[in-house]
Design a binder for this molecule. Structure first.
Ligand code: ADP
Length: 340
């Protein structure tokens, strides 16, 4: 595959509005401990005039892995290339990026858990000794050539660190897990980004948007963009608390941040399946959905919000889910609730 098709030019492919992404670590909100540790490693590397050790970021989508991969090279004053794990199908897909490295630059691989074993093994010597083997020529003239690379920093991002093999994980000197953001941090992100989008926002409105954003900056940005459109189209271009509430309820995002699909899942589990335990296949079939979508896109937030439990016998709705959807808790034969 040609270099151009593998190298994504910017990390904005998954984002509509690149203006919102912080470009320096000082602009990032939250993740203070991670930032403090990285700053020490960056300072030390700069003082020794050495390349920064390889860094692995792990955490759910939208928490800032790509943002760190954008800010770290800016702090180091080096170039960065962005690669996506699924596009690296064979070692040869990695060769152009490695042989064209600039001094001390950063190479970012998103979804690094999705690279095939052969590519992973090819990366071992690149990461450890800054060398790769290349086969030059064809047929009986083929020769293996050991190619010396310019020292570089690999930044890997994964939503599933558990899927990385031990040998790959161990080659990262710095490993950081990103956590969800507090309400205050998200509200700060919303306020700052409203400024960047040049729209006036009331403090209570920023808190309201943050509260419905699943503790995730990417979700907060998406909600903010919608509320901004709504405010400009329907409300004289200012985001007040009422405007934020009206916009979010029109988008069917409720006070806990659940969307229509989340509520449909809970409604199916509670009303149709009497609260469970119910297998995910049954839920998917009843909802006319597929199990992967439910498991990857719907359940993680419902589990984190303590609205469902995943038990060996199937999914169970918690009392909080019954209350949220305005259902009475289920009764047992004796008249006690299932949770008494
Ligand atoms: P990931 O790579 O983990 O999926 P991103 O780094 O792409 O997530 O983050 C999604 C968006 O959320 C970014 O474009 C940025 O606008 C915002 N964001 C993420 N982390 C922060 C942060 N710490 N401070 C401010 N905004 C952030």
């Amino acid at each position: 595959m040609a270099r151009e098709t593998i190298l994504s030019k910017t990390p904005e492919a998954k984002e509509d509005d690149p203006t919102l992404r912080p470009s320096r670590m000082s602009e990032m909100v939250g993740q203070r401990d991670v930032i403090a540790r990285l700053q020490i490693a960056i300072d030390a590397a700069r003082q020794r005039d050495e390349v920064l050790g390889h860094v692995l970021f792990d955490g759910p989508p939208g928490l800032g892995k790509t943002t760190f991969a954008t800010c770290i090279p800016a702090e180091l004053g080096v170039h960065v290339d962005f690669l996506s794990g699924p596009s690296l199908k064979a070692p040869k897909d990695l060769v152009p990026s490695l042989t064209n490295l600039r001094a001390k630059q950063v190479l970012f691989i998103d979804e690094i858990h999705r690279i095939p074993k052969a590519v992973e093994e090819y990366m071992y010597t690149a990461m450890e000794d800054f060398r790769i083997d290349m086969i030059l020529g064809e047929g009986i003239n083929a020769r293996t050539h050991n190619f010396k690379l310019r020292p570089f920093t690999l930044i890997g991002a994964t939503t599933r660190a558990g899927m990385l093999t031990g040998p790959l994980r161990d080659r990262f000197q710095i490993r950081e897990r990103l956590d969800f953001y507090s309400l205050e941090e998200l509200a700060q992100i919303v306020t700052r980004n409203a400024n960047k989008l040049k729209i006036e926002i009331a403090q209570e409105a920023a808190i309201e948007i943050a509260a419905r954003s699943r503790s995730t900056p990417r979700v907060a940005n998406n909600r903010l963009r919608w509320v901004r459109d709504f405010a400009q189209s329907r409300a004289a271009g200012k985001i007040t608390l009422d405007v934020a509430r009206d916009a979010l309820s029109m988008a069917e995002i409720d006070g806990l941040g659940l969307d229509r699909q989340d509520r449909k899942y809970l409604d199916t589990l509670i009303r149709v399946c009497m609260g469970g335990p119910t297998g995910i296949e049954t839920l998917a079939a009843t909802m006319n959905s597929v199990t992967d979508t439910l498991a990857d896109e719907v359940e993680p937030f419902l589990l984190r919000s303590e609205l469902i439990l995943r038990t060996p016998r199937g999914r169970v709705a918690t009392p909080k889910a019954f209350a949220h959807l305005d259902f009475d808790p289920p009764q047992t034969n004796e008249g006690a609730t299932l949770f008494d």
